[in-house]
Design a protein around this ligand. Structure first.
Ligand SMILES: Cc1cc2nc3c(=O)[nH]c(=O)nc-3n(C[C@H](O)[C@H](O)[C@H](O)COP(=O)(O)OP(=O)(O)OC[C@H]3O[C@@H](n4cnc5c(N)ncnc54)[C@H](O)[C@@H]3O)c2cc1C
Length: 380
């Protein structure tokens, strides 16, 4: 079987699974603003929590394309479930890439098996875009480190067992610290009430003289910043896939709805203006998908364009999520504004994809930096 056919079979299987096991819960999770317990149990049955991790640690050894397809297909029906799944992958990836064998053996198998979940802690009350400006600090102490500071808008906070925390090293540089939910000195803020993504918990994570044993630092305690930047090149295609999945879901809902909704004695889909809008939506989704898959093709190959492609994919796919869900609501007319129709939820869920994992303005800065790099010195 060709690689292309294997991926298509993977997608087809995931689509049937997501339609049957996840879609029935997406509206209720949003309505009740509660954790998607049923969907997370379902993805566990399929071993999806381990897809991103090496087989040596109990993972599924799935490559980036397999991960992108899984995120896309699950986000197509439930953005929250897809986001929670990828959040654990992204939070554990610094450890997989740069951690000690002991720490990997301790943590990765729990997360790969879906027995534990993880969160990724970069953003602080003082800002999310300026990562180098973070204030949370780790000070060396007997047997380990003492963390003090606050992380804001952390997905899965309070639910996750493990927290990958980027903190300023009081001595030099930045370290990544793996903190457990039960460690003394960690606590959680109130659950944020959000426009969308209501099934995905969000809160502050606070550190008050939180002791982290020496063995829980990921790799070099002064090199965490560079590791995190590399992880963002891995995570942005996944966030792009998340936006793309939402866009595809809204497009599919729109095609189905406009095919059966009658006006002036015929289905909406017979009107040229509607057909033109749907054609543009479809072209936008496929253009974004093509860029994302091109980004995946060059990822991990030591290609100097990889970071810029990750930013371009994130920018295009998440902008597509917003514009297509907005048009989907428009083409549903008044019903698009009613919570009984999934496009209403999809439009609310789509907005944050343009904000998190580096806002789309930050992606533009990174793309422009790459574009102008031959003409500008490194430090300008
Ligand atoms: C639902 C949700 C889930 C999240 N999950 C996580 C998580 O799990 N882990 C985590 O660490 N963070 C998470 N975040 C935080 C998110 O990554 C940040 O909100 C985001 O990076 C923006 O940071 P900020 O909110 O501080 O905005 P700011 O950095 O204050 O930016 C405000 C505005 O200014 C613009 N801006 C900033 N700097 C520049 C510049 N130099 N040039 C041009 N424009 C600029 C931005 O694009 C934005 O429009 C989450 C946020 C939300 C809402």
């Amino acid at each position: 079987m060709e690689a292309q056919d294997i991926y298509e079979a993977h997608r087809a299987y995931l689509r049937r699974f997501a339609e049957a096991e996840i879609k029935p819960f997406s509206a209720i999770v949003d309505e009740e603003a509660r954790f998607p317990t049923e969907s997370i149990a379902a993805i566990r049955k399929l071993d999806l929590p381990g897809l991103a991790f090496p087989a040596a640690f109990g993972g599924g050894d799935g490559d980036l394309m397999a991960q992108v397809l899984a995120v896309e297909e699950i986000a197509r029906v439930c953005a929250c479930t897809a986001h929670l799944m990828l959040t654990s992958w992204v939070a554990i990836m610094p450890l997989v890439v740069a951690g000690s064998a002991e720490l990997k053996e301790h943590i990765v198998p729990q997360v790969a098996a879906g027995r534990a979940q993880a969160s990724f802690c970069l953003t602080e009350p003082g800002g999310g875009s300026d990562v180098a400006g973070i204030r949370t600090v780790g000070e060396p102490t007997a047997g380990g480190w003492r963390l003090n500071g606050a992380k804001r808008f952390i997905s899965n906070a309070g639910v996750a067992d493990w927290y990958a925390v980027l903190a300023r090293n009081a001595t030099c540089g930045f370290g990544i610290f793996m903190v457990h939910r039960d460690d003394p000195g960690i606590s959680f803020g109130r659950a944020e009430r959000k426009m969308g993504m209501r099934g995905s918990p969000l809160a502050d994570v606070l550190f008050d003289d939180c002791f982290v044993p020496e063995g829980r630092v990921v790799g070099d305690p002064t090199a965490g910043y560079a590791t995190m930047m590399d992880i963002l090149t891995y995570s942005r295609p996944l966030i792009a896939a998340h936006g793309l999945g939402i866009a595809q879901g809204a497009l599919d809902e729109t095609i189905a709805y406009t095919s059966q909704r009658m006006q002036f004695g015929q289905p909406l889909s017979r009107f040229q203006m509607i057909r033109g809008m749907v054609a543009d939506m479809m072209a936008e989704v496929e253009a974004a998908r093509s860029l994302l898959y091109r980004c995946v093709a060059i990822a991990g190959k030591n290609d100097e364009r990889a970071r810029a492609f990750a930013s371009m994919a994130k920018l295009l796919c998440t902008n597509a999520a917003m514009s297509i869900t907005t048009n989907a609501v428009q083409l549903h007319g008044g019903y698009g504004y009613i919570v009984d129709y999934p496009v209403e939820r999809m439009m609310r869920d789509a907005k944050v994809t343009q904000i998190w994992e580096g806002t789309n303005q930050i992606q533009q800065l990174l793309i422009a930096k790459h574009a102008f790099s031959p003409f500008e010195s490194q430090d300008s």
